[in-house]
Design a protein around this ligand. Structure first.
Ligand SMILES: CC(C)(COP(=O)(O)OP(=O)(O)OC[C@H]1O[C@@H](n2cnc3c(N)ncnc32)[C@H](O)[C@@H]1OP(=O)(O)O)[C@@H](O)C(=O)NCCC(=O)NCCS
Length: 160
């Protein structure tokens, strides 16, 4: 059992705070072409609108998910797993953990996201965790790839 978190196998899942944002920024920079700086993340935490959860494994932040939540709705901003920890179920477990926590703590009833149509791993992850396709934004990413819009309900009946 981690501090304010739960352990699952070898990983510990917990909500992240300002002190974790250096690690979040570094992991994001490893996984994406563009990333927020640690200070941008800290500022968003201080502003109270950024919510983040992390999975710690092997003594490091192995996976994070960032969200915003307001008025009963939440939006997934980003999710990434360190290369060495991929395909071990971390993103799936962390996403489920985050959805439960934002339903309880932020009274979120629906969570939304958009994902690049070419991102097969992410599309499969979201499909497996109960998200359904609700729409498409044509050429949303870089004027080239479409964004697939997805959502899922967070009520007890809709848990998957
Ligand atoms: C997408 C990502 C977060 C998945 O992380 P992960 O920890 O490896 O995912 P998990 O091990 O929890 O996988 C859960 C499910 O997602 C799907 N999935 C994950 N990686 C996949 C891949 N490479 N190919 C196909 N399906 C994949 C599978 O359905 C998997 O379940 P299974 O292993 O039982 O088949 C990871 O690949 C990543 O960090 N990608 C780069 C960042 C990114 O694109 N983020 C999404 C932004 S929208």
């Amino acid at each position: 059992m981690g501090v304010n978190g739960i352990s699952c196998g070898r990983a510990v899942f917990r909500r992240l705070g300002e002190a974790d944002m250096e690690d979040v920024s570094s992991l994001e920079a490893l996984c994406f072409d563009t990333s927020w700086s640690a200070e941008q993340y800290r500022e968003a935490c201080r502003g109270g609108w950024l919510i983040a959860f992390g999975a710690f494994a092997g003594g490091e932040l192995a996976c994070f998910v960032s969200l915003s939540a307001a008025g009963g709705e939440a939006e997934i901003l980003n999710i990434a797993t360190r290369q060495a920890w991929r395909r071990r179920g971390l993103a799936e477990q962390l996403l489920r953990f985050a959805c439960e926590r934002i339903a309880e703590e932020e009274a979120a009833v629906t969570v939304f996201l958009d994902v690049d149509e070419t991102n097969a791993p992410a599309l499969a992850l979201y499909g497996k965790t109960g998200f359904s396709v609700t729409g498409r934004r044509v050429k949303y990413y870089g004027g080239i790839h479409d964004a697939i819009l997805m959502s899922r309900g967070l009520s007890a009946a809709e848990k998957q």
